[in-house]
Ligand binder design. Structure first.
Ligand SMILES: Cc1ncc(COP(=O)(O)O)c(C=O)c1O
Length: 410
Protein backbone atom coordinates (compact mmCIF):
# COMPACT_ATOMS: atom_id res chain seq x y z
CA UNK A 1 0.00 0.00 0.00
CA UNK A 2 1.00 3.58 -0.49
CA UNK A 3 2.56 4.61 2.83
CA UNK A 4 1.88 8.34 2.93
CA UNK A 5 -0.93 9.18 5.36
CA UNK A 6 -0.62 12.88 4.52
CA UNK A 7 -3.18 15.28 3.09
CA UNK A 8 -3.41 15.38 -0.73
CA UNK A 9 -1.42 18.58 -1.12
CA UNK A 10 1.49 17.18 0.85
CA UNK A 11 1.36 13.85 -0.96
CA UNK A 12 1.44 15.61 -4.29
CA UNK A 13 4.37 17.82 -3.27
CA UNK A 14 6.30 14.90 -1.79
CA UNK A 15 5.75 12.92 -4.99
CA UNK A 16 7.67 15.59 -6.92
CA UNK A 17 10.35 16.18 -4.28
CA UNK A 18 8.86 19.55 -3.36
CA UNK A 19 7.62 18.84 0.18
CA UNK A 20 9.73 20.51 2.85
CA UNK A 21 9.21 18.28 5.87
CA UNK A 22 11.02 20.69 8.22
CA UNK A 23 8.47 23.45 7.65
CA UNK A 24 5.58 21.35 6.33
CA UNK A 25 5.34 23.64 3.32
CA UNK A 26 5.52 23.24 -0.43
CA UNK A 27 8.67 24.33 -2.26
CA UNK A 28 8.56 25.69 -5.80
CA UNK A 29 9.52 23.13 -8.43
CA UNK A 30 13.21 22.46 -9.06
CA UNK A 31 12.87 24.42 -12.32
CA UNK A 32 11.55 27.50 -10.52
CA UNK A 33 14.18 27.24 -7.79
CA UNK A 34 16.96 26.97 -10.35
CA UNK A 35 15.57 29.88 -12.37
CA UNK A 36 15.36 32.03 -9.23
CA UNK A 37 18.90 31.09 -8.16
CA UNK A 38 20.25 31.89 -11.63
CA UNK A 39 18.56 35.31 -11.49
CA UNK A 40 19.83 36.02 -7.96
CA UNK A 41 23.39 35.35 -9.01
CA UNK A 42 23.10 37.36 -12.22
CA UNK A 43 23.71 34.22 -14.12
CA UNK A 44 22.62 32.04 -16.97
CA UNK A 45 19.68 29.73 -16.66
CA UNK A 46 20.32 26.41 -18.37
CA UNK A 47 17.91 24.81 -15.93
CA UNK A 48 14.37 25.27 -17.18
CA UNK A 49 13.59 23.84 -20.61
CA UNK A 50 12.22 26.80 -22.47
CA UNK A 51 13.71 28.36 -25.60
CA UNK A 52 15.22 31.85 -25.69
CA UNK A 53 13.59 32.52 -29.04
CA UNK A 54 9.78 32.65 -29.25
CA UNK A 55 7.98 30.56 -31.86
CA UNK A 56 7.34 31.73 -35.42
CA UNK A 57 5.83 35.15 -35.96
CA UNK A 58 2.99 33.82 -38.16
CA UNK A 59 1.89 31.52 -35.34
CA UNK A 60 1.86 34.35 -32.82
CA UNK A 61 -0.03 36.56 -35.23
CA UNK A 62 -2.66 33.86 -35.70
CA UNK A 63 -3.31 33.82 -31.93
CA UNK A 64 -3.45 37.63 -31.83
CA UNK A 65 -5.83 37.65 -34.77
CA UNK A 66 -8.10 35.12 -33.09
CA UNK A 67 -8.36 37.32 -30.00
CA UNK A 68 -8.89 40.60 -31.80
CA UNK A 69 -11.34 39.37 -34.46
CA UNK A 70 -12.89 36.55 -32.44
CA UNK A 71 -11.99 34.20 -35.28
CA UNK A 72 -13.01 30.66 -34.53
CA UNK A 73 -14.93 32.07 -32.57
CA UNK A 74 -12.49 31.72 -29.72
CA UNK A 75 -13.19 34.32 -27.06
CA UNK A 76 -15.82 32.27 -25.25
CA UNK A 77 -15.83 28.72 -23.91
CA UNK A 78 -14.80 26.07 -26.38
CA UNK A 79 -16.42 22.63 -26.22
CA UNK A 80 -14.84 20.65 -23.36
CA UNK A 81 -12.79 18.40 -25.68
CA UNK A 82 -11.54 21.42 -27.67
CA UNK A 83 -12.77 23.17 -30.79
CA UNK A 84 -13.72 20.73 -33.58
CA UNK A 85 -11.18 22.31 -35.97
CA UNK A 86 -8.47 21.94 -33.35
CA UNK A 87 -9.26 18.25 -32.94
CA UNK A 88 -9.32 17.83 -36.73
CA UNK A 89 -5.88 19.46 -36.97
CA UNK A 90 -4.45 17.09 -34.34
CA UNK A 91 -5.95 14.09 -36.16
CA UNK A 92 -4.55 15.31 -39.50
CA UNK A 93 -1.13 15.81 -37.89
CA UNK A 94 -1.11 12.26 -36.48
CA UNK A 95 -2.09 10.90 -39.90
CA UNK A 96 0.56 12.94 -41.72
CA UNK A 97 3.48 12.14 -39.43
CA UNK A 98 2.60 8.64 -38.21
CA UNK A 99 -0.13 7.20 -40.46
CA UNK A 100 -2.42 6.92 -37.42
CA UNK A 101 -6.14 7.37 -38.11
CA UNK A 102 -8.12 9.10 -35.37
CA UNK A 103 -11.73 10.21 -35.32
CA UNK A 104 -11.50 13.88 -34.29
CA UNK A 105 -14.96 13.58 -32.81
CA UNK A 106 -14.04 11.28 -29.96
CA UNK A 107 -10.37 10.27 -30.21
CA UNK A 108 -8.78 13.66 -29.56
CA UNK A 109 -9.03 15.73 -26.39
CA UNK A 110 -7.61 19.22 -25.98
CA UNK A 111 -5.85 19.92 -22.66
CA UNK A 112 -4.12 22.83 -20.97
CA UNK A 113 -0.66 21.76 -21.98
CA UNK A 114 0.65 18.26 -21.58
CA UNK A 115 0.67 18.95 -17.86
CA UNK A 116 -3.11 18.79 -17.63
CA UNK A 117 -3.15 15.80 -19.96
CA UNK A 118 -0.74 13.96 -17.64
CA UNK A 119 -2.78 14.85 -14.56
CA UNK A 120 -6.10 13.86 -16.09
CA UNK A 121 -4.71 10.61 -17.49
CA UNK A 122 -3.04 9.42 -14.29
CA UNK A 123 -6.02 10.45 -12.16
CA UNK A 124 -8.27 8.60 -14.60
CA UNK A 125 -6.38 5.31 -14.59
CA UNK A 126 -4.39 4.95 -11.34
CA UNK A 127 -6.65 3.92 -8.44
CA UNK A 128 -5.53 4.59 -4.87
CA UNK A 129 -3.34 1.78 -3.65
CA UNK A 130 -2.25 0.76 -7.14
CA UNK A 131 1.27 0.92 -8.55
CA UNK A 132 2.35 3.16 -11.40
CA UNK A 133 5.52 2.23 -13.26
CA UNK A 134 7.77 4.88 -14.79
CA UNK A 135 11.25 4.99 -16.20
CA UNK A 136 13.64 6.92 -13.97
CA UNK A 137 14.53 9.78 -14.16
CA UNK A 138 10.92 10.84 -14.68
CA UNK A 139 9.18 14.13 -15.40
CA UNK A 140 8.33 15.47 -11.96
CA UNK A 141 4.59 15.83 -12.51
CA UNK A 142 4.29 12.03 -12.85
CA UNK A 143 5.37 11.64 -9.25
CA UNK A 144 3.12 14.45 -8.01
CA UNK A 145 -0.01 13.16 -9.71
CA UNK A 146 0.55 9.50 -8.95
CA UNK A 147 0.91 10.46 -5.28
CA UNK A 148 -2.17 12.68 -5.47
CA UNK A 149 -4.08 9.69 -6.83
CA UNK A 150 -2.87 7.70 -3.83
CA UNK A 151 -0.88 5.38 -6.09
CA UNK A 152 2.71 4.34 -5.58
CA UNK A 153 5.26 5.31 -8.21
CA UNK A 154 7.76 2.54 -8.90
CA UNK A 155 10.63 3.03 -11.26
CA UNK A 156 12.85 1.25 -13.73
CA UNK A 157 16.13 3.15 -14.20
CA UNK A 158 17.47 4.29 -17.55
CA UNK A 159 21.22 3.78 -17.44
CA UNK A 160 24.03 5.71 -19.13
CA UNK A 161 25.40 5.86 -21.71
CA UNK A 162 22.48 4.91 -23.95
CA UNK A 163 19.60 5.24 -21.46
CA UNK A 164 17.67 2.45 -23.17
CA UNK A 165 14.58 1.07 -21.40
CA UNK A 166 15.32 -2.23 -19.70
CA UNK A 167 12.35 -4.25 -20.90
CA UNK A 168 13.13 -7.28 -18.74
CA UNK A 169 13.29 -5.05 -15.65
CA UNK A 170 9.99 -3.43 -16.59
CA UNK A 171 8.35 -6.82 -17.00
CA UNK A 172 9.74 -7.94 -13.66
CA UNK A 173 8.40 -4.79 -11.97
CA UNK A 174 4.79 -5.49 -12.99
CA UNK A 175 2.64 -6.85 -10.17
CA UNK A 176 -1.06 -7.50 -9.80
CA UNK A 177 -1.35 -3.97 -8.43
CA UNK A 178 0.18 -2.29 -11.50
CA UNK A 179 -2.37 0.09 -12.99
CA UNK A 180 -0.26 2.13 -15.39
CA UNK A 181 3.03 2.26 -17.28
CA UNK A 182 4.29 5.77 -17.99
CA UNK A 183 6.38 6.17 -21.13
CA UNK A 184 8.12 9.37 -22.14
CA UNK A 185 9.72 9.19 -25.57
CA UNK A 186 11.60 11.20 -26.68
CA UNK A 187 12.65 11.21 -23.05
CA UNK A 188 13.27 14.13 -20.73
CA UNK A 189 16.01 14.45 -19.58
CA UNK A 190 18.07 11.74 -21.30
CA UNK A 191 17.01 12.40 -24.90
CA UNK A 192 16.52 8.66 -25.48
CA UNK A 193 14.05 7.81 -28.23
CA UNK A 194 12.39 4.45 -27.65
CA UNK A 195 12.51 2.13 -30.67
CA UNK A 196 9.42 0.53 -32.16
CA UNK A 197 10.57 -2.82 -30.75
CA UNK A 198 10.81 -1.31 -27.27
CA UNK A 199 7.37 0.26 -27.60
CA UNK A 200 5.93 -3.02 -28.88
CA UNK A 201 7.35 -4.80 -25.85
CA UNK A 202 5.92 -2.17 -23.49
CA UNK A 203 2.49 -2.43 -25.10
CA UNK A 204 2.67 -6.22 -24.78
CA UNK A 205 3.59 -6.01 -21.10
CA UNK A 206 0.76 -3.56 -20.44
CA UNK A 207 -1.76 -5.71 -22.29
CA UNK A 208 -0.68 -8.83 -20.41
CA UNK A 209 -0.79 -7.03 -17.06
CA UNK A 210 -4.04 -5.15 -17.61
CA UNK A 211 -2.28 -1.78 -17.32
CA UNK A 212 -2.87 1.45 -19.21
CA UNK A 213 0.10 3.05 -20.96
CA UNK A 214 0.43 6.84 -20.88
CA UNK A 215 2.87 7.87 -23.60
CA UNK A 216 4.16 11.41 -23.15
CA UNK A 217 5.41 12.49 -26.59
CA UNK A 218 5.87 16.22 -26.08
CA UNK A 219 9.35 16.20 -27.62
CA UNK A 220 8.17 14.51 -30.85
CA UNK A 221 9.34 17.36 -33.10
CA UNK A 222 12.64 17.97 -31.35
CA UNK A 223 14.41 15.09 -33.09
CA UNK A 224 18.12 15.80 -33.42
CA UNK A 225 19.21 12.50 -34.87
CA UNK A 226 17.12 11.44 -37.84
CA UNK A 227 18.20 7.83 -37.45
CA UNK A 228 16.59 7.66 -34.01
CA UNK A 229 13.09 7.83 -35.55
CA UNK A 230 10.27 8.70 -33.17
CA UNK A 231 7.03 6.66 -33.31
CA UNK A 232 3.85 7.56 -31.52
CA UNK A 233 2.75 4.66 -29.36
CA UNK A 234 -0.56 4.59 -31.23
CA UNK A 235 1.26 3.40 -34.36
CA UNK A 236 2.13 0.16 -32.53
CA UNK A 237 -0.29 -2.70 -33.29
CA UNK A 238 -2.65 -3.30 -30.38
CA UNK A 239 -1.69 -0.08 -28.62
CA UNK A 240 -5.10 1.48 -29.16
CA UNK A 241 -6.51 -1.02 -26.66
CA UNK A 242 -4.18 -0.02 -23.85
CA UNK A 243 -2.48 3.31 -24.56
CA UNK A 244 -3.10 7.01 -24.81
CA UNK A 245 -0.59 9.44 -26.30
CA UNK A 246 0.04 12.99 -25.14
CA UNK A 247 1.31 15.85 -27.30
CA UNK A 248 2.04 19.52 -26.70
CA UNK A 249 2.45 22.58 -28.87
CA UNK A 250 4.71 24.27 -26.34
CA UNK A 251 7.86 22.40 -27.29
CA UNK A 252 6.98 21.78 -30.94
CA UNK A 253 6.48 25.48 -31.70
CA UNK A 254 8.68 27.12 -29.03
CA UNK A 255 5.69 28.60 -27.21
CA UNK A 256 5.93 26.89 -23.84
CA UNK A 257 3.78 29.56 -22.19
CA UNK A 258 0.77 28.76 -24.36
CA UNK A 259 -0.02 25.45 -22.71
CA UNK A 260 -1.80 23.71 -25.56
CA UNK A 261 -1.78 19.95 -25.24
CA UNK A 262 -3.80 16.96 -26.39
CA UNK A 263 -4.59 13.37 -25.60
CA UNK A 264 -5.21 10.83 -28.37
CA UNK A 265 -6.27 7.21 -28.20
CA UNK A 266 -9.28 4.97 -28.56
CA UNK A 267 -12.68 6.58 -28.09
CA UNK A 268 -13.09 4.55 -24.88
CA UNK A 269 -9.83 5.62 -23.23
CA UNK A 270 -10.09 9.26 -24.37
CA UNK A 271 -13.62 9.39 -23.00
CA UNK A 272 -12.33 8.12 -19.66
CA UNK A 273 -9.62 10.82 -19.51
CA UNK A 274 -12.32 13.35 -20.31
CA UNK A 275 -14.08 12.24 -17.14
CA UNK A 276 -11.32 14.03 -15.20
CA UNK A 277 -10.26 16.72 -17.65
CA UNK A 278 -13.63 18.35 -17.98
CA UNK A 279 -13.55 19.18 -14.28
CA UNK A 280 -9.94 20.29 -14.02
CA UNK A 281 -10.33 23.19 -16.45
CA UNK A 282 -13.22 22.25 -18.77
CA UNK A 283 -11.64 24.35 -21.51
CA UNK A 284 -8.85 26.90 -22.03
CA UNK A 285 -6.94 28.93 -24.59
CA UNK A 286 -9.31 29.22 -27.55
CA UNK A 287 -7.03 31.64 -29.40
CA UNK A 288 -4.06 29.39 -28.83
CA UNK A 289 -6.01 26.41 -30.11
CA UNK A 290 -6.71 28.48 -33.22
CA UNK A 291 -3.06 29.25 -33.89
CA UNK A 292 -1.81 25.77 -33.04
CA UNK A 293 -4.41 24.19 -35.34
CA UNK A 294 -2.84 26.14 -38.19
CA UNK A 295 0.67 25.15 -37.19
CA UNK A 296 -0.21 21.48 -36.90
CA UNK A 297 -1.59 21.49 -40.41
CA UNK A 298 1.41 23.28 -41.85
CA UNK A 299 4.47 24.15 -39.78
CA UNK A 300 5.93 26.14 -42.73
CA UNK A 301 9.34 24.60 -42.23
CA UNK A 302 9.57 25.55 -38.57
CA UNK A 303 10.16 22.04 -37.23
CA UNK A 304 13.19 21.44 -39.48
CA UNK A 305 14.62 24.89 -38.84
CA UNK A 306 14.17 24.52 -35.10
CA UNK A 307 15.81 21.09 -35.15
CA UNK A 308 18.84 22.46 -37.01
CA UNK A 309 19.26 25.23 -34.44
CA UNK A 310 18.84 22.86 -31.54
CA UNK A 311 21.34 20.43 -33.04
CA UNK A 312 23.92 23.19 -33.28
CA UNK A 313 23.18 24.25 -29.69
CA UNK A 314 23.51 20.68 -28.48
CA UNK A 315 26.86 20.23 -30.20
CA UNK A 316 28.19 23.54 -28.89
CA UNK A 317 27.17 22.83 -25.31
CA UNK A 318 28.24 19.17 -25.38
CA UNK A 319 31.68 20.08 -26.70
CA UNK A 320 32.13 22.84 -24.09
CA UNK A 321 31.08 20.62 -21.19
CA UNK A 322 33.39 17.84 -22.36
CA UNK A 323 36.23 20.34 -22.70
CA UNK A 324 35.59 21.41 -19.11
CA UNK A 325 36.12 17.82 -17.98
CA UNK A 326 32.59 16.48 -17.64
CA UNK A 327 31.49 13.20 -19.20
CA UNK A 328 28.76 14.20 -21.64
CA UNK A 329 25.89 12.16 -23.04
CA UNK A 330 24.76 13.70 -26.31
CA UNK A 331 21.00 13.22 -26.81
CA UNK A 332 19.10 12.10 -29.91
CA UNK A 333 16.20 14.46 -29.14
CA UNK A 334 14.89 17.14 -26.84
CA UNK A 335 16.36 20.18 -25.13
CA UNK A 336 18.91 18.67 -22.74
CA UNK A 337 22.45 17.40 -22.47
CA UNK A 338 23.26 15.24 -19.45
CA UNK A 339 26.73 15.41 -17.96
CA UNK A 340 28.32 13.27 -15.27
CA UNK A 341 30.06 15.53 -12.75
CA UNK A 342 32.37 12.85 -11.36
CA UNK A 343 35.14 13.91 -13.74
CA UNK A 344 35.46 17.24 -11.92
CA UNK A 345 34.15 16.73 -8.37
CA UNK A 346 33.50 14.06 -5.77
CA UNK A 347 30.24 15.83 -4.90
CA UNK A 348 26.75 14.86 -5.99
CA UNK A 349 25.21 16.70 -8.91
CA UNK A 350 22.78 18.44 -6.53
CA UNK A 351 25.67 19.80 -4.42
CA UNK A 352 27.65 20.70 -7.51
CA UNK A 353 24.63 22.47 -9.09
CA UNK A 354 24.17 24.61 -5.97
CA UNK A 355 27.79 25.73 -6.13
CA UNK A 356 27.74 26.16 -9.89
CA UNK A 357 24.88 28.62 -9.76
CA UNK A 358 26.12 30.64 -6.81
CA UNK A 359 29.81 30.74 -7.76
CA UNK A 360 29.71 30.69 -11.56
CA UNK A 361 26.15 31.90 -12.18
CA UNK A 362 25.14 28.92 -14.30
CA UNK A 363 21.86 27.19 -13.45
CA UNK A 364 21.45 23.47 -14.21
CA UNK A 365 19.11 20.77 -12.91
CA UNK A 366 20.42 17.80 -10.90
CA UNK A 367 18.84 14.69 -12.37
CA UNK A 368 18.29 13.39 -8.84
CA UNK A 369 15.40 15.85 -8.48
CA UNK A 370 13.67 13.72 -11.12
CA UNK A 371 14.12 10.49 -9.16
CA UNK A 372 12.60 8.75 -6.13
CA UNK A 373 13.93 9.53 -2.62
CA UNK A 374 15.20 5.93 -2.44
CA UNK A 375 17.40 6.63 -5.46
CA UNK A 376 18.62 9.91 -3.97
CA UNK A 377 19.62 8.11 -0.78
CA UNK A 378 21.77 5.62 -2.65
CA UNK A 379 25.25 7.16 -3.05
CA UNK A 380 26.14 4.42 -5.54
CA UNK A 381 23.43 5.38 -8.00
CA UNK A 382 24.81 7.16 -11.06
CA UNK A 383 21.64 9.26 -11.39
CA UNK A 384 22.91 11.25 -8.39
CA UNK A 385 25.90 12.44 -10.40
CA UNK A 386 24.16 13.62 -13.54
CA UNK A 387 23.39 17.26 -14.30
CA UNK A 388 20.89 18.42 -16.90
CA UNK A 389 21.82 21.44 -19.03
CA UNK A 390 19.30 22.97 -21.46
CA UNK A 391 20.69 23.91 -24.87
CA UNK A 392 17.51 25.51 -26.26
CA UNK A 393 19.21 28.88 -25.70
CA UNK A 394 20.96 31.44 -27.89
CA UNK A 395 24.41 30.28 -28.88
CA UNK A 396 26.12 33.28 -27.30
CA UNK A 397 24.35 32.38 -24.04
CA UNK A 398 25.61 28.81 -24.29
CA UNK A 399 29.14 30.02 -25.03
CA UNK A 400 28.96 32.37 -22.03
CA UNK A 401 27.80 29.51 -19.79
CA UNK A 402 30.65 27.28 -20.97
CA UNK A 403 33.14 30.10 -20.38
CA UNK A 404 31.91 30.66 -16.83
CA UNK A 405 31.93 26.96 -16.04
CA UNK A 406 35.45 26.48 -17.39
CA UNK A 407 36.79 29.56 -15.57
CA UNK A 408 35.20 28.43 -12.32
CA UNK A 409 36.58 24.91 -12.61
CA UNK A 410 39.96 26.42 -13.40
C1 LIG B 1 8.32 15.19 -20.47
C2 LIG B 1 7.44 16.39 -20.34
N1 LIG B 1 6.12 16.23 -20.32
C3 LIG B 1 5.29 17.28 -20.20
C4 LIG B 1 5.77 18.56 -20.09
C5 LIG B 1 4.83 19.71 -19.91
O1 LIG B 1 4.32 20.13 -21.12
P1 LIG B 1 3.37 21.41 -21.22
O2 LIG B 1 4.24 22.62 -21.10
O3 LIG B 1 2.71 21.28 -22.54
O4 LIG B 1 2.41 21.34 -20.08
C6 LIG B 1 7.15 18.78 -20.12
C7 LIG B 1 7.70 20.14 -19.98
O5 LIG B 1 8.86 20.34 -19.73
C8 LIG B 1 7.99 17.66 -20.25
O6 LIG B 1 9.33 17.81 -20.26
Amino acid sequence: MCSMPTPPWARSAAGANTYDAATATVLPTIYERTTAAAMTHGGINLGQGFPDADGPQWLREAAAEAISTNAGPTNQYSPGPGFPWFREAVAAHQRRFYGVELDPQDQVLHTTGATEAIAATILAFAPAGSEVLAFEPFYDSYGAIAALAGAELKTVPLRAPEFRPDIAALEAAVTERTSMILVNSPHNPTGAVFTREELEAIVGIAAAGGAVVMSDEVYEHLMLDDAAGHSTILSIPGADQVAVAIGSAGKSFSVTGWKVGWVTGSARLVNQVRGVKQFTTFCTGGAYQYAVAQGLQDDRGFFAQNQAELRAGRDLLAAGLAEAGLRVFSPDAGYFVLADVRGVTPKTAAEFAAELVSAAGVGAIPVSSLTLPSTQHNPEDELNYLLRFAFCKRHDVLADAIGRLSDWLG
